[in-house]
Design a binder for this molecule. Structure first.
Ligand code: PSV
Ligand code: MN
Length: 386
């Protein structure tokens, strides 16, 4: 039997980090569709993120992307966030949008470009000092398009050297989260393509270096929950970038494409003790055609629902069935939890937290969506590169 009170208590402590870039305009390589009311500044992104937290109660931090969220005074930005009930979360670096990075950043064959990339990463740690952020999130667009284009092994050496310099700069309580992605923008080889490569680098660097699993960064059919279980077992799961994919790195709402996969992942998180550890649960999504704030609220709720189902798994009954080799019985225990309608439970949890049981309805009633459309007129809307 699962202890419902414990499940509820766990759900109340959940924290999902929303990404500042999800509030801005985004699109595909074909078109970025602008939406009315989109933030023009990092501060306006934080105002929107504060609304997501206000109505869900479980989205207390916001990830920043540098340079998209560059400001003169990061301490003041952190204060601005706190005044609205949220905090600044992971600092995401960007070594993929300058012309210099055509052949890579930290793995580039030219030492001058590598220095520039490492300089940017060190600047991100300076920003973390000012914002009080714990995590530096690293994703490298580095790789090659053609066999022979560069020495793939030398690129690994350059990567290790650059990462080591940044690692040395981390302060107490700060971490470096290394993200992998199997392809794109490079098409032949990618310098951090998979969890094994990320893990190998993190292991050598030390305990402040951890792996990030972006759920969209895998080939079709990859058993992501196995990766999660393995990284947790090794103490190397730093966090998630949640989103869902139908084809490649689609960045759609987490849990939209495959809620069962999200449940399986969250089950391994719960099973491996990751739910009560330092694993960062972040969203990394882009809302190209749908309303952004409701889509982010929906995504947070999808993570909550998958977590609730994972917490409801009768672990004792499962262990018994597994021990007895009861294949169908064990599968049934897992499926019973997955097939539970957890929406009434979550409504209760929200009421007990002093929230409206329906975050989306409460948001719609709040008038915030209409207010930002009316007030955010003129100026340059935030979007990729801004
Ligand atoms: C790369 O596709 C990525 O997932 C990294 O996390 C970046 O920081 C983010 O997208 C930018 O949207
Ligand atoms: Mn990501």
């Amino acid at each position: 039997m699962t202890d419902l009170a414990a499940v509820k208590a766990a759900l109340k402590t959940q924290a999902v980090e929303t990404p500042s870039w999800a509030y801005g305009n985004s699109g595909t390589r074909f078109k970025v569709f602008a939406q009315a009311g989109v933030p023009r500044t990092p501060q306006e992104k934080l105002e929107d993120a504060a609304k997501v937290h206000e109505f869900t109660g479980v989205a207390p931090t916001v990830a920043l992307h540098i340079p998209w969220d560059r400001v003169d005074d990061y301490g003041a930005l952190a204060k601005f966030a706190e005044e609205r009930g949220v905090r600044l979360g992971a600092i995401n670096s960007n070594t993929f949008q300058d012309d210099d990075y055509k052949l890579g950043s930290i793995c580039h064959p030219d030492a001058t470009v590598r220095r520039k990339a490492v300089g940017h990463l060190l600047e991100c740690v300076d920003i973390m000092d000012a914002t009080g952020s714990r995590d530096l999130k690293l994703w490298f667009a580095d790789g090659t398009n053609y066999p022979g284009q560069d020495d793939v092994r030398a690129r690994q050496d350059r990567l290790a050297e650059g990462l080591a310099e940044v690692y040395e700069r981390l302060g107490d309580g700060q971490r470096m989260l290394l993200e992998y992605k199997f392809f794109e923008p490079a098409f032949y080889s990618t310098d951090v393509p998979d969890w094994g490569t990320a893990y190998a680098h993190c292991l050598k660097l030390g305990e402040k270096a951890q792996v990030v699993v972006d759920t969209g960064h895998h080939a079709p059919g990859t058993n992501i929950e196995f990766i999660v279980a393995t990284l947790l077992r090794e103490g190397k799961l730093g966090g998630f970038d949640f989103n869902s994919r139908f084809y490649a790195d689609d960045d759609l709402m987490v849990g939209a494409a495959d809620p069962f996969q999200l449940f399986r992942i969250m089950y391994e998180v719960v099973r491996g003790g990751g739910f009560t550890s330092d694993v960062a649960f972040m969203l990394d999504q882009c809302h190209n055609i749908e309303a952004k704030i409701p889509a982010i609220i929906r995504s947070v709720m999808n993570v909550q629902e998958a977590t609730a189902k994972a917490l409801l798994v009768d672990r004792e009954a499962l262990a018994d069935a597994q021990r007895e080799g009861d294949v169908l019985g064990a599968n049934a225990v897992l499926m019973d939890a997955y097939n539970t309608d957890v929406r009434p439970l979550l409504r209760e949890v929200r009421e007990e937290m002093g929230l409206d049981p329906s975050p989306l309805d409460a948001y719609a009633r709040s008038g915030w969506g209409e207010r930002i459309v009316a007030e955010r007129v003129g100026g340059q809307q935030a979007g990729w590169g801004a």
